[in-house]
Write a new protein. Structure first.
Length: 355
């Protein structure tokens, strides 16, 4: 969590210089508390980052438990350049106490999305580290905007979870506005109904040879959703169907005339299971193409996925939904037995085109 406050400035050693001997602004984290320095984040830091997140979870209540492999997949080399887009804040003895990563989202349409992620160890909060990291993230985000989509306005976003009250105060003071609420929803995998038959629709397990067809269906299904950017093939594989957690056997495709018209992609995260003792089937991507909506395809595919997860021994099912989803998904999930357990708020600040 990025937290407010701050003390005297401290220059971070080891940052690269340009040909004139100057350090680029976004290579530095300025105004760190005395005794802390920042350096470039590398994959060697991932075990320490996983430990930091585990220490912060009881306070922050994100509902996520990420191990080293999860972090490596999320911050994949073909999606984020960790040394350029990440910073590690350490004590004099090298202990990592805070981290920040900036992700430039590909597939921009109306605006260029830049995700600002960070966390400060609970024992080190309230000293100004979070404010220093947010300042660095905003400048690095501006650089990525100029590099990737200067012709579009930029939207820099921060996710605030229930336990992150100091972060909410910090981003508000930095000019961010709360713009979207996302509910984590869960249900037990008991008392499941039969998957309803939908005329003209065949429900089948996910097949690898349909992976790109599903990706294209996902891009088409979410065209009218807030903040959505199309997923190119590398990002799709890095974040979704190429991850360790992805379970094709628990995922369902809805075919109409032999083509994908709907889909439910399911994940089981080992780190979550180890941390909670509960094996949850997470329904990560769910969608129905616009021409096929209104026929009950979403309900049928979700129930089929729930029944597959139950048969595989999972205990619960979970998903996350935009509470203002234009398809009415929030109400659909409630009717299918899901109940909200926490709400993540997305805060955003906008920047004009850089051209």
């Amino acid at each position: 969590m990025l937290t407010p406050a701050g003390t005297r400035p401290q220059e971070s050693p080891g940052n690269p210089v340009d040909r004139r001997g100057r350090r680029p602004y976004a290579a530095r984290v300025r105004h760190l508390p005395v005794g802390l320095t920042a350096r470039r984040l590398t994959t060697d830091d991932l075990p320490a980052v996983a430990g930091l997140l585990a220490a912060a979870e009881p306070v922050d209540d994100t509902g996520e438990h990420l191990d080293v492999d999860d972090l490596a997949e999320w911050w994949a080399a073909d999606v984020v350049d960790l040394p350029s887009d990440g910073r590690a804040v350490c004590t004099a003895d090298g202990t990592l106490v805070a981290v920040a990563v900036v992700l430039s989202v590909r597939g921009a349409r109306e605006d260029h999305r830049v995700l600002l992620e960070g966390r400060v160890h609970p024992a080190w909060r309230g000293r100004g580290t979070g404010r220093a990291l947010l300042d660095w993230e905003l400048h690095r985000g501006a650089e990525l905007h100029r590099r990737d989509h200067p012709e579009l306005p930029a939207r820099l976003t921060v996710s605030v979870y229930p336990g992150m009250t100091p972060l909410e105060s910090l981003v508000r003071r930095a000019g961010f506005t709360a713009e979207r609420w996302y509910a984590d929803m869960e249900r037990p995998l008991t008392g499941l109904p039969e998957a309803p038959a939908v005329p003209g629709v065949e429900l089948v397990p996910f097949a690898r040879d349909r992976d790109d067809e599903v990706r294209r269906a996902h891009n088409a299904a979410f065209t009218d959703h807030h903040g959505f950017g199309e997923r190119d093939a590398p990002t799709w594989r890095a974040w979704f169907t190429g991850t360790r957690a992805f379970r094709p056997d628990l995922s369902v495709l809805a075919l109409v005339d032999g083509a994908v018209a709907g889909y439910v992609l399911t994940y089981v995260y080992d780190a979550d299971t180890r941390a909670t003792g509960v094996e949850q089937a997470h329904l990560g991507q769910l969608g129905v193409l616009r021409p096929a909506r209104g026929r009950g395809i979403a309900s049928a595919a979700i129930v089929a996925a729930l029944r597959a997860a139950a048969a595989a021994g999972c205990d619960t099912a979970g998903l996350q939904v935009d509470t203002e989803n234009p398809t009415g998904a929030f109400g659909l999930y409630r009717r299918l037995g899901f109940t909200p357990v926490r709400t993540r708020v997305q805060w955003a600040c906008t920047r004009p085109p850089a051209t």
